[in-house]
Design a protein around this ligand. Structure first.
Ligand code: FES
Ligand code: FES
Length: 194
């Protein structure tokens, strides 16, 4: 049975009429039209659907709507500041870090959360922060390099958009798996929809 829920998505209060057991990912994509978050495993295991819940990376595929009512959700679309990409989005473009891109939106939100807490992580810290994200394309080294570059730009002040993780934006700049080796051994997102 449908109920009305209120949540804050990318800084905007939204009312959603949906079944309490609907996944947050379903609501984001099919009710609110935010298609940046992707469906991969559907079990909280691959990272493709990750969003920020109250600023922390979390899967949206297995989060029922009732569990996120009243909470702040930031999707990949919410990372940028209007037309200005988040530093990590900019860096993924500059490093051409994405391959197929399916895993990327989840990776970007996790990277943004990491850099908001720790703008100058070392490589091992980036890899650990992205450990839950699977990428089958073997772009991991480029992705880690992009996150390090984004952090550097934020520390240097050369990034236009600081550490914000909660604005409006878009969704397809780069991605990462967490393996520091440049292997494509992540099983990653079963490409169900794009
Ligand atoms: S973790 Fe949600 S789709 Fe895989
Ligand atoms: S870039 Fe293809 S799955 Fe990650």
């Amino acid at each position: 049975m449908e109920q009305t829920f209120e949540l804050t998505v990318n800084g905007e209060r939204r009312k959603v009429d949906a079944d309490a057991d609907s996944s947050l990912l379903h609501v984001l994509r099919e009710v609110l039209g935010l298609k940046g978050s992707r469906f991969g495993c559907g079990q909280g295991l691959c990272g493709a659907c990750f969003v920020l819940l109250d600023g922390r990376p979390a899967p949206s595929c297995d989060a029922p709507l009732r569990s996120v009512a009243g909470r702040a959700v930031t999707t990949v679309e919410g990372l940028a500041d209007g037309d200005v990409p988040h530093p990590v989005q900019r860096a993924f473009l500059d490093e051409q870090a994405a391959q197929c891109g399916y895993c990327v939106s989840g990776i970007l939100v996790s990277a943004a959360a990491l850099l908001a807490a720790q703008p100058r992580p070392d490589e091992a810290t980036v890899a650990a922060a992205l450990d839950r994200h699977l990428c089958r394309c073997g772009a991991q080294r480029r992705m880690i390099r992009a996150v390090l570059r984004a952090g550097q730009s934020m520390v240097d002040g050369s990034a236009a958009n600081g550490t914000s993780t909660s604005q409006a934006g878009r969704g397809d700049a780069g991605g990462t798996g967490a393996d520091p080796a440049d292997r494509g051994d992540g099983v990653a997102a079963t490409a169900v929809e794009r």
